[in-house]
Design a protein around this ligand. Sequence first.
Ligand code: NAP
Length: 234
Amino acid sequence: MNHYLITGANRGLGLEFVRQLLARGDGVTACCREPDEAGDLQRLGASAGERFATLALDVADADAVAALPGKLRAGGRVVDVVINNAGIAAGEEAFGQFEAGTMERVLRVNSIAPMLVAQAVAPLLEKDGTAPKIVCITSGLGSIANADGLTFGLSYGMSKAALNMGVKKLASEMKRRGVAIIALHPGWVQTDMGGQNATLKPEESIRGMLKVIDGLTTRDNGRFLTYAGEELPW
Ligand SMILES: NC(=O)c1ccc[n+]([C@@H]2O[C@H](COP(=O)([O-])OP(=O)(O)OC[C@H]3O[C@@H](n4cnc5c(N)ncnc54)[C@H](OP(=O)(O)O)[C@@H]3O)[C@@H](O)[C@H]2O)c1
């Protein structure tokens, strides 16, 4: 059994991560902004006993992220795998609609927060984790190589490209510490963000991502992979 810390665990892909991890016997610290309001999440964890805990965390709040290691220690929790999953999109953003405030908000959640979480929790993973890993849920829309012609989602694409760079920049330092780190694209998935026309159901995306995560070692550090384990171009 490994213990996973997941951000944005109350709905969408985060919730499905929790569902599949608990079903296979792993432990989960499910972070979300309002745990008391997260009915689906609480129902999932109800029968998991000590394998399940929730933690209130707004990833855009840097002080709250800095307090995370203290809270984990106080709860006696050993974390093996961190999944930086929380993310936001900003709609179509056609040219002429780009706004500084939107970009700043999206950057804070999609790019800055995963780096702060990695920085806060890596020492715990390094010390206590049996197979320590940091997984940053990115997007194919963060691929600069594939961006040509895609006019929508400027803030979102830029924020995920920045996240990808963060993963690449941390790769060798994390390897030295024995921690695996990758950027992982879930595919286009039917969630509030992906919409109902998306090609994948959350169950399929998460099944694939867990297979990729299970197989990770520090030799994979800095890779940009899809839920199917395929390499994406930067
Ligand atoms: N679905 C897709 O097709 C797709 C494709 C590529 C990449 N992704 C990525 O996959 C990840 C999960 O997306 P999803 O499809 O599950 O989206 P979703 O259904 O919109 O869920 C987003 C999750 O992120 C949380 N969140 C947002 N801002 C937060 C904050 N400041 N602090 C804490 N939690 C916050 C939300 O919590 P609240 O309920 O509190 O808002 C929610 O739990 C994201 O990183 C996304 O960019 C998704």
